[in-house]
Design a binder for this molecule. Structure first.
Ligand code: PEP
Ligand code: MN
Length: 338
């Protein structure tokens, strides 16, 4: 960080700033210009509260951050891509993984039938929510632990690993007993106790970007999980809220190359929630691969018209299988595999 002093700041004010920097356990590097003095803060100054107080000292015009507020998630700290193992593949390698399945687990038959269909089409993992974060308390809330049991049965039948959502810290242990990957949903991206609990678990984590969160906030949320020692972490762009109403969310395609440049963590795209309409899912999925996504998470339902959640954005198995073929061609065009 650098501290820019006001024009005409006194020597006393400058030494007070230096003293405060040293009290913080950091070093001050003084640069006296013709007009004003600039003080460089040398050392790890990520503690936001302390950093912000420097700006309050007399004679200080403003402070400017030089390093990112996240460290463990940053490419500077960890230049090499992090790979997360998933079903014999590595998320964050040349291979683009596909996680597919229904929004919610609705019955044993439904999840097993869908699991077989997505496996047949070449999916890497099965998704399905047993605990559902719904906007309305009157909407289907998920089957709970029964849903987890059905997911485990679907894994037994197909061999596909399970990606499923956990909504509260106290549930991490239970969900981890069944899941291969813990999904932290968009609405919970800044549920800090949940991030801490996921950071302490042994399971891989898929962390979704909140609908109104910046990429920096997503990276700071990732930092919580990394700081607790879990680096089996994937980030997910699932669309953000804008003024647009023709789609459910606005797919932030930019987030893919931007996040790839800022972090070593793999980036997954969720065109289902990003568009909210099955007819646009394919275009967004292909664009995500072209933009450098390491994987996709896609909602697939045997009978979308009867789905208990997110039917409008769910692909029928035939459409999903067709899209897999198209995505494979896009992946090859950008020197990836699917
Ligand atoms: C989901 O994956 O079904 C889901 C609820 O997603 P999000 O948290 O991105 O809304
Ligand atoms: Mn959904």
């Amino acid at each position: 960080m650098i501290v820019i002093m006001q024009v005409g700041a006194t020597a006393k004010q400058i030494s007070a700033v230096i003293q405060r920097i040293e009290e913080m356990g950091l070093k001050a590097h003084l640069s006296e210009g013709q007009e004003r003095t600039i003080i460089g803060v040398v050392g790890d100054d990520r503690k936001a509260a302390e950093r912000d107080t420097l700006g309050l000292l007399e004679g200080v015009e403003r402070t400017m951050r030089v390093s990112h507020p996240y460290k463990l998630a940053s490419r500077e700290f960890h230049p090499k891509d992090t790979g997360v193992p998933l079903n014999g593949s590595v998320v964050g390698s040349k291979k683009v993984v596909v996680i597919a399945g229904p929004c919610s687990v609705e019955s044993k038959e439904q999840i097993i039938e869908t699991a077989c269909a997505v496996k047949e089409a070449g999916a890497t993992a099965l998704r399905g929510g047993a605990y559902k974060p719904r906007s309305s308390p009157y909407s289907f809330q998920g089957l709970g632990e029964k849903g987890l049991e059905y997911l485990a049965e679907a894994r037994q039948v197909t061999g596909l690993p399970i990606v499923t959502e956990v909504m509260e810290p106290g549930m991490v242990e239970l969900v981890s007993r069944y899941a291969d990957v813990l999904q932290i949903g968009a609405r919970n991206m800044q549920n800090f106790p949940l991030l801490n609990a996921a950071g302490e678990s042994q399971r891989a984590v898929l962390l979704k970007r909140g609908p109104a969160n910046t990429m920096e906030e997503l990276l700071m949320a990732a930092e919580y999980i990394l700081a607790r020692g879990n680096s089996n972490l994937m980030l997910c762009e699932r669309g953000i809220r804008t003024f647009e109403t023709y789609t459910r969310n606005t797919f932030d395609l930019n987030a893919i190359p931007v996040l790839k440049s800022r972090t070593h963590l793999p980036i997954i795209a969720d065109p289902s929630h990003a568009t909210g309409k099955w007819e646009y899912v394919g275009a967004a999925a292909k664009a995500a691969i072209a933009a450098g996504a390491d994987g996709l998470i896609l909602e697939v339902h045997m009978e979308p018209e009867k789905a208990l959640s997110d039917g409008a954005q769910s692909l029928r198995p035939e459409k999903f299988a067709e899209l897999m073929k198209q995505m494979r061609r896009v992946a090859e065009a950008v020197d990836r595999e699917l």
